[in-house]
Design a protein around this ligand. Structure first.
Ligand code: MG
Length: 159
């Protein structure tokens, strides 16, 4: 068994879409980023890559590379999952916590889980996603940004 941890944060600004786990969330601001700014996909990708001790997301898809401008992060996540499987691992489960004051994400959690599971060729029962506020404190509390923490468990695949 191998455990991995991932973290990501993006600034919330006007004129951008808010996309989390590949789901477009109706909100007056969205995540600033070189890609589509999907902090949930990014944190999960780094948790998976970290568990396999592979090169991280930012090294694979650098924000200095025009190829990844406005990239669909779910496509990047699928690539990372492929790399993890290629390194001889299978995904056991993963769990993520989105920290943001607004919008309330409860209505979107199930779709996020299903979308991530489909992207990883895993069952939705292996994908946990939760949303928390930070009670008005700090950049996630004052609406400046969104942060995501994620962990992933891998097992060596039987070949
Ligand atoms: Mg990111």
């Amino acid at each position: 068994m191998r455990i991995g941890h991932g973290f990501d944060a993006h600034r919330l600004v006007e004129g951008r879409a808010l996309i989390l786990g590949g789901i477009r969330i109706p909100f007056e601001r969205g995540a600033l980023g070189h890609s589509d700014g999907d902090a949930l996909a990014h944190a999960i990708a780094d948790a998976l890559l970290g568990a396999a001790a592979l090169e991280d997301l930012g090294s694979r898809f650098p924000d200095t590379d025009a190829r990844w401008k406005d990239a669909d992060s779910m496509v990047l996540l699928a690539e990372c999952a492929k790399a993890v499987r290629g390194a001889g691992f299978a995904i056991v489960n993963l769990d993520a916590t989105i920290v943001v004051e607004r919008p309330k994400l409860a209505p979107f959690i199930r779709r996020m889980r299903e979308n991530i599971a489909a992207c990883l060729a895993a069952d939705a029962s292996c994908v946990g996603v939760k949303a928390k506020s930070s009670e008005g404190m700090g950049y996630t509390g004052d609406g400046t940004g969104v942060a995501v923490h994620a962990v992933a468990l891998l097992r060596e695949a039987i070949t």
